[in-house]
Design a protein around this ligand. Structure first.
Ligand code: PLP
Length: 396
């Protein structure tokens, strides 16, 4: 068998490991006594319009339409609805044919790397710390190397001096994720403008295209009027968007998202064909049809984000008051906190003594930090605060 795949299958996911530990503790001491901040599973209800649409569609009893194959790249009506929604929001002029519907952002990313990378050509993809650990899996399995650019350690925004030092003639793409998992940081417009200028410069220097891939499962999850998520295709011509409805509609299990290849991107028609080819080669054709029909009717809807805002404010304010150093999360539903000792895994073990389940951020490329997924009930956060206080006191 393929030894790399075997290793990947056997490698424990830290997040899953902690979640399983949580299940064990819940059985032992009761769910209300375990403060599990491990998993990024949205806990806000699916919007009513989505539930209603599922019910109405299922009542229509047109089984071939509902459950049959769509086009490999997704139903034209769904792709057009997504195009219309983005055009209304961002003043763009996308068409259905700019989109490939996928089983979520994970599939979008793996397909785009499959489309762009020829194995063994030594391609490199740069991303910024901290980053979603699966990036390494997606990039490496497509045959490229993932290159880490260290973000500014105070703000977790792009450190442009560091970024510049990471480019080589093999740089194929730069991958960003804003709002970010795990830091909650949103890249500001000035950063995107500067990034676009640097990428254009590097394209000229190396004489080939460098695509900017933007992984956006949290695009709508921002909580303050002062914070906006720039729509990257407006700033850089060779931008590719990998989107997911997993978080905005609280339906990660339905597996639905898309890849957007704008007409302006270099070699757009061939790139779109390569996306279709990679989707075909990976077996990622015809994303779940029922979810596609729902998206056609509900694109633009979002879950109740005020709930996450309330959780963010409660947790951030309390933890900083207890003396923890946290990155202020502008978006997503994660809080990134400095461990109270250099070894984040040891800190997480200590936290377990207070039934606090936190994830060490070593696999996110930023040792010494932990991630808290605050997509949990507000009551759980309230009940967990004394435990955080005791944990901080134990280090004094
Ligand atoms: N990218 C990031 C940054 C994520 O946090 C996640 C999931 O948590 C994904 C991609 C995968 O999302 P999906 O469920 O849409 O495959």
């Amino acid at each position: 068998m393929n030894k790399k795949m075997e290793q990947l299958g056997k490698a424990p996911s830290k997040i899953r490991e902690i979640f399983e530990y949580g299940n064990k503790r819940r059985a032992e001491i009761g769910a209300e006594n375990v403060f599990d901040y491990s998993l990024g599973n949205p806990n806000v209800p699916v919007p009513d319009v989505v539930k209603k649409t599922y019910s109405e569609l299922l009542a229509a009893k047109d089984d071939v339409y509902l459950h049959g194959y769509t086009s490999a790249q997704g139903a034209p009506a769904t792709r057009q609805a997504i195009a219309d929604d983005l055009n209304a929001k961002y003043g763009t002029s996308f068409r259905a044919d700019n989109f490939y519907i996928t089983c979520g952002a994970a599939a979008s990313l793996r397909i785009i790397f499959g489309a762009l990378i020829t194995p063994y050509e030594k391609a490199e993809v740069i991303t910024f710390t901290p980053y979603f650990p699966e990036y390494r899996v997606f990039v490496q399995s497509a045959g490229a190397a993932l290159v880490e650019s260290q973000s500014d350690p105070d703000t977790f925004q792009i450190d442009f001096a560091d970024l510049e030092s990471r480019f080589t003639p093999n740089t194929k793409a730069v991958l960003i994720n804003s709002p970010n998992n795990p830091s909650g940081v949103v890249f500001r417009e000035e950063s995107i403008i500067r990034l676009a200028a640097l990428l254009s410069e590097k394209e000229k220097e190396y004489g080939h295209t460098i695509y900017l891939i933007t992984d956006e499962p949290y695009r709508e999850l921002v909580y303050d009027d002062t914070v906006t998520v720039p729509f990257v295709t407006k700033y850089y011509k060779d931008a590719i968007v990998c989107y997911s409805f997993s978080k905005s509609l609280s339906m990660p299990g339905e597996r639905i998202g898309y890849i957007l290849i704008p007409d302006e991107a270099a070699e757009a028609p061939d790139l779109y064909a390569a996306v279709c080819g990679a989707g075909r080669a990976l077996g990622y054709v015809c994303a779940p049809s029922l979810a596609q029909h729902v998206i056609e009717r509900c694109v633009g809807a979002v879950s109740d984000l005020q709930y996450y805002k309330k959780n963010r404010d409660l947790l951030y304010n309390a933890l900083t008051e207890y003396g923890y150093t946290c990155v202020h999360p502008d978006g997503a539903f994660y809080l990134f906190m400095k461990a109270l000792e250099p070894d984040a895994s040891a800190f997480c073990e200590k936290a377990k003594e207070y039934e606090l389940l936190l994830v060490p951020a070593d696999s996110f490329g930023t040792p010494g930090y932990v991630r808290l997924a605050y997509c949990v009930t507000t009551e759980l956060i309230e009940r967990s605060l004394p435990a955080f206080k005791k944990l901080a006191e134990s280090y004094r």
